[in-house]
Design a protein around this ligand. Structure first.
Ligand code: FAD
Length: 376
């Protein structure tokens, strides 16, 4: 996966993170519950937004290796509360693949500059895993759709100005009744945001409820132009979303090992550094082995994704298994910090909190196992 261009890009990413996503900035994100819009604009200026958007629309036209590298560096530098991976590698691909040409020319350049922040809204208070049970409806009225319903747990929900909303255009057609709409929040009536939700971890990511009250969306904003294709589009894009989560988990695993190794060399107990205890060495040997296996599998899946052959089952294995390994490794690392591991001023404790969400969202790990089991 190595190349000269990738290394140059890595330097760009690291410079941005060192300047704008250090401990002071990330602490502010957590206390504010969001990354400020001006930081998004700075990320755009640095050239790390919309990396895989084609050059014709202002992006770098790069492949997923660049997104993976960006995500890994963000993880390593403990900056994953900044939801660039969601913006770049989860939501933007829907617009690139399914929006009409004039819409791409209108929307994508601002996605690259950070003027537009992206979100995707599937989950509702009464349905998360069971996507087909969603209650939000969209009914055609002339040249508009009238959307009613609500969504919850939406990442980037506070700042997003283009939101892909899943709604039922035919409540009797099951999966074939679901459609996706691009909601330009500044241009529609009947759209409102709920409260900023308080979370266990990832406090710097703005997660909100969204409400649609007779929200009028232009008919041309039906993604793909044909009703009932939403579920198929989601299924098509979910393998990449799962890889995005797996890469975030991987970056965090590597960060956890790095800070823990430094700590156990420095911290002393019973007259010697904590690394001298055989237990510490064995725990870290186990963690390093699990991390290495995870990385090899992640590379394997990423190569498949790049070749267009990654199937839903293998992507589910990556998301499920690597996030479980992430939880185990971070828990073991935290233990080696003793009481300091429980103190929020130590990044390992933030990683512990942040990691918990990974096993729940992007399809819970139980749903991942369901997908794997169905293939057996
Ligand atoms: C921090 C965070 C950010 C999020 N961001 C977004 C976002 O940007 N956009 C968005 O649309 N959603 C988002 N979500 C929502 C997330 O995708 C859902 O929470 C997730 O899919 C689970 O749905 P649920 O919460 O309704 O749980 P439920 O579906 O109610 O599940 C409850 C429990 O039952 C289990 N379960 C459910 N069905 C089965 C089954 N068939 N077999 C076995 N076990 C099952 C689940 O695994 C879980 O353990 C986010 C969630 C969080 C926590």
């Amino acid at each position: 996966m190595d190349s000269e261009e990738l290394r140059i890009f890595e330097g760009v990413v690291d410079r941005f993170l060192d300047e704008h996503a250090g401990p002071v900035e990330t602490a502010r994100w957590r206390s504010d519950g969001a990354v400020h819009k001006d930081v998004w604009l700075k990320a755009g200026q640095a050239g790390i937004l919309g990396v895989s958007i084609p050059e014709a629309y202002g992006g770098a036209g790069a492949d997923f290796r660049y997104e993976a590298l960006l995500i890994e560096r963000m993880g390593l530098k403990h900056a994953l509360n900044f939801a660039i991976p969601l913006h770049n590698a989860v939501v933007a691909p829907y617009l690139v693949q399914y929006a009409a040409e004039d819409q791409k020319r209108r929307w994508l350049p601002d996605v690259v500059t950070g003027k537009t922040i992206l979100a995707i809204a599937m989950t509702e208070p009464g349905s998360g895993s069971d996507v087909q049970a969603m209650k939000t409806t969209a009914r055609r009225h002339g040249d508009h759709y009238v959307v009613n319903g609500q969504k919850t747990f939406i990442s980037n929900g506070l700042h997003a100005s283009l939101i892909i909303v899943a709604a039922k255009t035919d409540a009797t057609a099951g999966a074939r009744g679901i459609s996706l709409f691009v909601v330009d929040t500044g241009k529609v009536e009947g759209f409102s945001r709920g409260r900023l939700l308080k979370k266990l971890g990832q406090e710097g990511r703005d997660t909100t409820e969204l409400f649609f009250n007779d929200m009028r969306v232009p008919a041309e904003n039906l993604l793909g132009g044909v009703e009932g294709r939403g579920f198929a589009m989601l299924m098509n894009k979910l393998p990449q979303e799962r890889m995005v989560i797996a890469w975030q988990a991987m970056g965090m695993i590597e960060a956890a090992l790095e800070v823990t190794l430094a700590y156990v060399h420095e911290r002393r107990a019973f007259g010697s550094p904590v690394i001298e205890f055989q237990n510490t060495q064995f725990v870290l040997a186990e963690c390093k082995t699990q991390a290495t296996i995870a990385k090899v599998f992640l590379y394997h899946c990423t190569e498949q994704l790049l070749a267009g052959t990654l199937d839903a089952v293998t992507a589910s294995m990556a998301k499920y298994w690597i996030t479980e390994v992430q939880a185990k490794i971070i828990d073991s690392c935290l233990q080696l910090f003793g009481g300091y591991g429980y103190m929020l001023e130590y990044p390992i404790s933030e990683m512990y909190k942040d990691a918990r969400g990974y096993r729940i969202y992007g399809g819970s790990n139980e749903i991942m196992k369901l997908i794997i089991a169905r293939s057996l």
